[in-house]
Write a new protein. Structure first.
Length: 189
């Protein structure tokens, strides 16, 4: 079975130079003073308030929702994000994430008169769209970093590797004429 660190190395290759710095550090890009393990134990420090954590969790599920396969929450993405940011992020890496969550919370309170976590899925999608289109302070930076965290957390989880994709440790022989109509899932190896 593939482990999370190996999957992270693949994500580094996929995103290349635009990778969110804590993901690169966790994948093994050398940096002095960084602890060697990312996937064991709880976060070393609490980085989110209860409101930020609730909103972050809700937004994770809006980026990768539950469909015919489990979504981001079932895959443990919120815990992954908190662990990654607590143990691998520098203070400058945390700033856009926390500021973005605070800005989205304020916008939700202003526009919908409810917390972002309690907003409807459509309202949460609208909040994410505001961030993506840079319609909140530093929204585009928040959205890009947050989206990378969610995608990386999901596709390096057991659910992402084995249920969303089809895991074949040795995919077998090459068949250059394989009919596209017989492709079920994207393979992850």
């Amino acid at each position: 079975m593939i482990d999370r660190r190996t999957a992270l190395a693949g994500v580094v290759a996929m995103f290349g130079a635009n990778l969110f710095a804590p993901i690169a550090r966790a994948a093994g890009v050398p940096a002095p003073g960084i602890p060697p393990v990312i996937d064991q134990g709880p976060p070393s420090v609490q980085i989110f308030t209860a409101e930020q954590r609730a909103l972050m969790t809700a937004l994770c599920e809006r980026i990768i929702p539950t469909t015919d396969t489990p979504g981001a929450i079932a895959a443990g993405v919120p815990a992954y994000i908190e662990k990654l940011l607590a143990d691998w992020a520098l203070p400058k890496d945390l700033k856009p994430i926390k500021a973005g969550l605070d800005a989205l919370e304020a916008r939700s309170q202003r526009d919908y008169e409810v917390s972002g976590a309690a907003a409807t899925p459509e309202q949460q999608d609208a909040l994410l769209t505001l961030a993506m289109n840079n319609r909140i302070p530093n929204g585009e930076d928040f959205f890009e970093d947050f989206r990378q965290l969610v995608i990386t957390g999901y596709y390096t989880s057991e659910i992402g590797i084995t249920q969303e994709r089809e895991y074949l440790p040795v995919p077998g022989e090459y068949n250059g004429a394989f009919p596209y109509s017989q492709v079920n899932k994207v393979y992850s190896a």
